[in-house]
Ligand binder design. Structure first.
Ligand code: MV4
Length: 494
């Protein structure tokens, strides 16, 4: 593999190119008109504009991307995450064009893309799963029998869904029929597939996922877990590795189960197996993501493995460069996602221009981003500005580093989730490790972000400054009240 095309944008395109460069592989970027000046376009050895800003007219045009590959003599495609990364149809076309997709086979994508077929493949390996229906249900009486058998509440899940899409909770048996009809018609219109299934609802679970790597020589290894319970409406906020609650026994058992899930679909490359862990530390397989995930850096930090390089090695037909016994957990890593969203305003996207953009630096800090100061954040895509990752000798050091790095980060021009993440990782429940997937819902209100003491101090300081400047006639702003200046200051702060 001498030249690869990255069928993606932003931070992940740049991240993939960096590993390719270290391996002596040439890189090709494809970009939309909205991304003309993006760092990933400048970083690539070659770059081709493939269309207007909407991803349906650019980043999702598989045929056009394959045509670019043929024109430029590209022999591998890295799809990143999102866009075409889990599209089996695209994977098949890439293969037919004689190009290597850096990812699993179309068949593995298909098996794991459908949640019921994923569970059925995994069942042959005795992997723990939440009790529920084995196949799709459309008969209300059958659904009721299952619900009573496994115990209420239950969840109705769309087989073609995933990541929380198309889920419905049912508390009372007499709601089941109506909810099922709704779930089926919703799934039909959202995914073109109305298959739904039922599972017992696990009430306060943790979301823990295992990173796996498999080559085409029968080697399958796990790179430990990522704790992803701190999320908001299925959007992850903080990720860490390792999890504060896994014992080495549980880690080994979940790791083996994850490798078995990979074996069940003859997986190849990097993948993630998602589990729920309940309050008694029982674990249940949920689904497998057949791509490199956003939060992969925390696994890289604690293992020292470059996951993108391993993906490329596997795609070239090589063996993994290490065995399970070579792997050990080194320290602790945290990642926060920095979004251009306003936590004070229901996390509405707050896109705009990055007027000031200064990254944190120093020991144990990694920033994966795709922006430079002065750039506009395009409205067409996910508003993630950056991933901020810290590594420390233990969890306390990783948290302290993250707080310090957040405080060094200077972003003005739009609201960001930096302050929200700072609040989350300093919350007593997070610090103690005693939290579940309901953390944000349980503890967050917009008020927690305007620390009133901080505000009062600022008002006092500005009042003093104004009193002073009116006496001396100096240049300090005299036009607005201290309260207004504080609110303006808070707006531009980060
Ligand atoms: C569940 C569950 C409780 N019980 N399944 C949401 C994402 C998708 N991968 C599966 N999800 C869940 N499945 C049963 N049987 C709770 C969730 C869930 C969740 C899972 C992981 C992280 C955050 C979550 C937030 C709400 C619900």
């Amino acid at each position: 593999m001498r030249k690869i095309l990255i069928a993606n944008r932003g931070e992940i395109a740049l991240r993939v190119m960096r590993s390719a460069k270290e391996m002596g592989i040439a890189t090709v970027a494809v970009y939309s008109e909205a991304d003309r000046n993006a760092p990933f376009v400048k970083y690539a050895d070659q770059a081709v504009c493939i269309g207007p800003p909407p991803s349906s007219q650019s980043y999702l045009l598989g045929d056009k991307i394959i045509a670019v590959c043929k024109e430029l003599g590209v022999d591998g495609i890295h799809p990143g995450y999102g866009f075409l990364s889990e599209n089996a149809g695209f994977a098949r076309k890439v293969k037919e064009a004689g190009i290597t997709l850096i990812g699993p086979s179309p068949e593995a994508m298909e098996v794991m893309g459908d949640k019921l077929s994923a569970k059925n493949a995994a069942r042959k390996y005795n992997i723990p799963m939440v009790p529920g229906t084995e196949g799709a249900v459309s008969d209300v009486d059958e659904a009721k029998r299952t619900a009573l058998e496994v115990g209420l509440p239950v969840l109705i899940k769309a087989s073609a869904g995933g990541g929380g899409k198309g889920m419905r909770i049912v508390e009372h048996i007499d709601e089941l029929g109506e909810q099922m009809e709704r779930a089926i018609s919703e799934a039909q219109s959202a995914f073109g597939d109305g298959s739904v299934f039922i599972e017992r609802y696990v009430a306060g679970p943790r979301h823990i996922e295992i990173q796996v790597l498999a080559d085409n020589h029968g080697n399958v290894v796990y790179l430990f877990e990522r704790e992803c319970s701190i999320q908001r409406r299925h959007q992850k906020v903080v990720e860490e590795a390792p999890s504060a609650i896994l014992t080495s026994e549980l880690r080994a058992a979940m790791g083996k189960s994850a490798c078995d899930v990979a074996r069940s679909c003859q997986y190849s490359g990097a993948g993630t197996v998602e589990f729920l862990v309940d309050e008694n530390r029982n674990y249940y397989f949920l689904e497998m993501n057949t791509r490199l995930q956003v939060e992969h850096p925390v696994s890289e930090m604690i293992t020292g493995i470059d996951l993108v390089k391993e993906q490329i090695r596997v795609a070239r037909g090589e063996q993994l460069s290490f065995t399970q016994d070579d792997l050990k957990i080194n320290g602790h890593a945290l990642e926060i996602r920095v979004y251009a969203e306003d936590p004070a305003n229901n996390f509405l996207p707050d896109i705009g221009k990055l007027v000031t953009y200064r990254r944190p630096m120093g020991p144990g800090v990694r920033v994966d981003d795709g922006f430079e100061e002065g750039m506009d954040i395009p409205i067409y895509y996910d508003p993630m500005i950056a991933k901020l990752i810290t590594h420390g000798k233990d969890r306390d050091e990783a948290i302290a580093r993250m707080v310090r790095a957040i405080d060094e980060y200077t972003i003005t021009g739009c609201q960001t989730t930096l302050g929200f993440c700072r609040w989350a990782i300093q919350h007593p429940a997070f610090v103690s490790g005693d939290f579940d997937t309901h953390f944000v819902k349980k503890y967050f209100t917009p008020e927690v972000l305007n620390s009133s003491s901080e505000e009062e101090m600022l008002v006092a300081a500005l009042t003093a400054a104004q009193a002073l400047s009116s006496k001396t006639g100096s240049t300090a702003s005299q036009s607005s009240s201290p309260e207004k200046q504080v609110s303006q200051w808070k707006k531009v702060r980060r």
